[in-house]
Design a protein around this ligand. Structure first.
Ligand SMILES: C[S@@+](CC[C@H](N)C(=O)[O-])C[C@H]1O[C@@H](n2cnc3c(N)ncnc32)[C@H](O)[C@@H]1O
Length: 255
């Protein structure tokens, strides 16, 4: 079995230092914007909420949520990524609303039902044991779990094998099974980016918007959801999670 792909990769200082500029400059700016909108739309209003961000990385969302008045814990396995996050929080003047914590998403150091909401962005494509991660997120959340996935029916499939780490790609059915096993009920799912991220990252910001408009137009057709490369999953914690479903989760991860 492959190990968790991003666990080692993001430890390197140069990877962490270049993380934002490689992905979210040029046409990638609109990806950053869209992802932030997705997080705020799902979690908001966040003022005075206690929120845990799993795999917070360079703190793109951590800082945004603190600016909106939330108390945020950002957990990540990479010290180097969180160095960037701490710097961002200081420059934005919200360091006092954020705790950056080094830790493994597979074993969260919090009691059950500790946060109002728990979310992870750009994390599940790195995970070889997603059921374990999702079960932990559900365990420590009182109300809500939110995350994104990269999809297996999208154009991303055509270049996924070229990427240094590849990505785990998900089907809708696969995510629905993961949610059920973690004791989560799907409240809302949004599917976006028929044109995959890699394309936007390569083109100048000035010409990205017309492609995005085309992307949204195709995404709005009946076939749009089927070809979307990204999905945003907004789920509620249910009370009927029993030990047997958690045991099933552990068993499926062990396979
Ligand atoms: C693609 S980056 C995403 C960062 C941030 N969520 C964002 O969207 O900008 C993936 C992050 O997952 C973190 N990561 C990977 N495996 C992890 C684990 N087992 N526990 C906690 N963080 C992990 C990496 O260190 C990295 O910061």
């Amino acid at each position: 079995m492959r190990s968790v792909k991003g666990k080692e990769w993001y430890q390197a200082d140069e990877v962490a230092q270049e993380y934002d500029s490689k992905r979210f400059s040029k046409g990638g700016r609109l990806i950053d914007r869209r992802e932030k909108e997705a997080v705020l739309a799902a979690l908001g209003p966040v003022e005075d909420k206690n929120i845990l961000e799993i795999a917070c990385g360079t703190g793109r969302f951590t800082v945004m949520l603190a600016q909106e008045g939330a108390n945020v814990v950002g957990l990540d396995i990479s010290r180097a990524m969180m160095v960037q996050g701490r710097e961002k929080a200081r420059s934005a003047g919200v360091a006092d609303r954020i705790e950056f914590l080094r830790g493994d998403a597979a074993r969260l150091p919090f009691p059950d039902n500790h946060f109002d909401a728990v979310f992870a962005m750009r994390f599940f494509h790195l995970a070889d044991t997603p059921a374990k991660f999702l079960a932990e997120m559900a365990r420590v959340s009182k109300e809500q779990v939110f995350f994104d996935t990269f999809n297996d029916k999208s154009f991303r499939v055509t270049y996924n094998w070229l990427l240094p780490m590849g990505s785990r790609l998900y089907s809708n059915d696969g995510v629905n099974r993961l949610l059920a096993d973690a004791g989560l009920a799907l409240a809302d799912a949004k599917h976006d980016f028929v044109i995959p991220f890699g394309f936007y990252r390569k083109i100048p910001n000035g010409i990205a918007q017309p492609f995005r408009s085309l992307d949204l137009a195709v995404g709005g057709t009946p076939l749009g959801d089927d070809f979307a490369s990204v999905s945003y999953w907004n789920a509620r914690v249910t009370t009927d999670t029993d030990e047997s479903s958690r045991a099933a989760t552990r068993a499926s991860d062990a396979e």
